[in-house]
Design a protein around this ligand. Structure first.
Ligand code: 5RP
Length: 232
């Protein structure tokens, strides 16, 4: 699949997901290229259909895009709940275990997700996999002592790589932390790995989102299809 085809599928999933937002809702808005299409469509609905809702965003990037369309964005602590959060993902398997954080927004994404009544992911079909892990697993790490955390990951065989920006400096998250990508190739025991990562001092959060999502809208050449998680 080339990038144009992939973008078309992402766009179709984003447009489909935008139908879930209704007047008066509080909606979590994720991060990434698929979510950009979602926010474009919500912006269209705001201007053409008079849609009015409140958004909580998972990154400053999404906040800027949404506010550019006149969408009302508030801080997560200014709402008592989020009706539905729509976000992208890097991989998802048949047990609804996924990897997120390709766009370095995993910490805010997880905080918004766990405070949401419903979670919906929008992906193109290439993201649906048998076993997660081919996509490098992002881990958000505090800069102080990050070198030691990376060495511990190396000893465990996690193949860590500090994510670098185009300017040659480490990527910084919206919380000013680093991202370390683990090149694991496959993750057979995601719960064990999640437990190991979150109990490593210096790790703030990891990109394993295990059985958290309610629905996945998959951009498919035959039209968007919906995978529903009945085990949540
Ligand atoms: C950002 C994310 C994104 O949702 C994920 O990387 C998917 O991005 P895209 O829609 O650009 O493929 O987790 O941290």
């Amino acid at each position: 699949m080339d990038k144009a085809q992939q973008d078309a599928l992402k766009k179709a999933a984003g447009i489909e997901a935008a139908k879930l937002i209704e007047n008066g809702m509080t909606a979590g808005l994720g991060t990434g290229s698929t979510v950009r299409f979602l926010v474009d469509e919500l912006g269209r609905r705001v201007s053409e259909e008079g849609l009015r809702f409140t958004g909580v965003t998972t990154s400053r990037r999404t906040q800027e895009q949404a506010e550019g369309y006149g969408i009302h964005i508030v801080n997560i602590d200014d709402v008592d709940h989020i009706d539905v959060t729509i976000d992208g993902a890097d991989e998802v398997d048949k047990n609804f275990n996924g990897i997120k954080g390709g766009g370095a927004a995993l910490l805010w994404e997880k905080i918004v997700a766990i405070n949401s009544d419903r979670i919906v992911w929008i992906v193109d079909e290439s993201k649906v996999v048998d076993t997660i892990g081919r996509f490098p697993l992002p881990v958000e790490v505090i800069p102080f002592g990050a070198g030691h955390v990376i060495k511990k990951f190396e000893v465990k065989g996690y193949k860590p790589v500090l994510r670098m920006a185009a300017d040659g400096k480490p990527v910084r998250t919206d919380e000013n932390n680093y991202v370390v990508d683990l090149h694991l190739e496959r993750i057979d025991h995601p719960q064990d790995l999640a437990q190991d990562l979150i109990t490593t001092v210096g790790v703030v959060e990891h990109g394993l989102f295990l059985n958290m999502v309610d629905k996945v809208i998959v951009g498919d050449p035959n039209g968007p299809r919906v995978l529903t998680n009945s085990n949540k």
